[in-house]
Design a protein around this ligand. Structure first.
Ligand code: ATP
Ligand code: TZE
Ligand code: MG
Length: 272
């Protein structure tokens, strides 16, 4: 279902998360496991972190969405990710991929390719370099500039949307979400977010929460980056540095209201 993308629609997604508390199954990295579970709880979702091959099918079956993050890979985890994605395909559970560090090693590149072979993600959420790397691998663009700004990655996202017909979310100073025919920019956030590890991974987890309550994948992806950005603005007003920013960010996810979104959210829409 395609819905109009505006502040009210984002507020409705937030309220639905708080009302339904969707179970979000995460296979994520060691660095951010605690931060992302706390972020999901603060926004109103229910996190479960589980990566044993023996149980991931059952976890996907009872979850509203699946989040896969390749930040700290090992062979057993990769197998578990493939099993979980296979189960998500069977149960039509929406899933989000965070291709952390794509392009930095053959293992990361191969893992992403193998997961795509099982089933392409409902939402691909990465930074500009990662998205451009995946587009280059898919043959969609010619080369990768590792210092790519998110506007340079938009063309890569457009081509990936054409190949896979899914939603691509590119984070950066301005976040950009691209789906078939639609492209939304989110002008919020704070530079302090780059000084706390795993804010991108947190964004990916929040995408999982939004997908758990919203069938419109573009609206879900925009809502996630809107919540991240506005909470980033709220936290930055109080923080004295990365430590207190992390604390205030978590509080902002817990406290954020439709009014806060109304006052702060800056969305911009374009045709893709
Ligand atoms: N310069 C900036 N100004 C405002 N917000 C920013 C800036 N850079 C990043 N952000 C915000 O920080 C969050 C994470 O985005 P980022 O692009 O840093 O992800 P990432 O590179 O995947 O991070 P990581 O892998 O380290 O977790 C997003 O919500 C984004 O909007
Ligand atoms: C620092 C780091 N290393 C692997 S994953 C991760 C968290 C940010 O993505
Ligand atoms: Mg990242």
């Amino acid at each position: 279902m395609t819905q109009e993308i505006n502040t009210q629609a984002v507020a409705d997604v937030l309220l639905a998360i708080r009302e339904k508390s969707p179970l979000v199954h995460n296979i994520t990295n060691y660095v951010v496991m605690n931060n992302t579970a706390n972020a999901l709880l603060a926004v109103g979702a229910s996190p479960i972190m589980a990566h044993a091959q023996e149980e991931v099918r059952e976890m996907v079956q009872i979850s509203s969405s699946l989040v896969i993050n390749i930040g700290t890979l090992s062979p057993a985890w990769i197998q578990a990710m493939e099993i979980a994605v296979d189960q998500a395909k069977k149960t039509k559970t929406p899933w989000v991929l965070d291709p952390v560090g794509y392009g930095a090693s053959a293992l990361r590149n191969q893992t992403v390719a193998d997961l795509y072979k099982v089933c392409p993600p409902t939402i691909l959420r990465g930074n500009a370099s990662e998205i451009m790397g995946i587009a280059a691998q898919a043959g969609a663009i010619k080369g990768v500039d590792s210092t790519a700004a998110s506007h340079e990655a938009l063309e890569a996202a457009r081509l990936l949307v054409n190949v896979w017909n899914n939603t691509i979310s590119i984070s950066g100073a301005v976040d950009q979400v691209a789906s078939a025919g639609r492209f939304t920019q989110i002008h919020n956030g704070s530079a302090l977010m780059t000084q706390v590890t795993g804010m991108g991974c947190t964004a990916t987890a929040i995408n999982g929460a939004c997908l758990g309550v919203c069938d419109d994948t573009h609206l879900a992806a925009v809502s996630a980056m809107a919540l991240m950005g506005v909470c980033g603005n709220m936290a930055a007003e109080k923080a004295q540095g990365p430590g207190s920013f992390q604390m205030y960010f978590l509080d902002a996810l817990y406290q954020i209201s439709p009014d806060d979104l109304e006052q702060r959210l800056k969305l911009e829409h374009h045709a893709l």
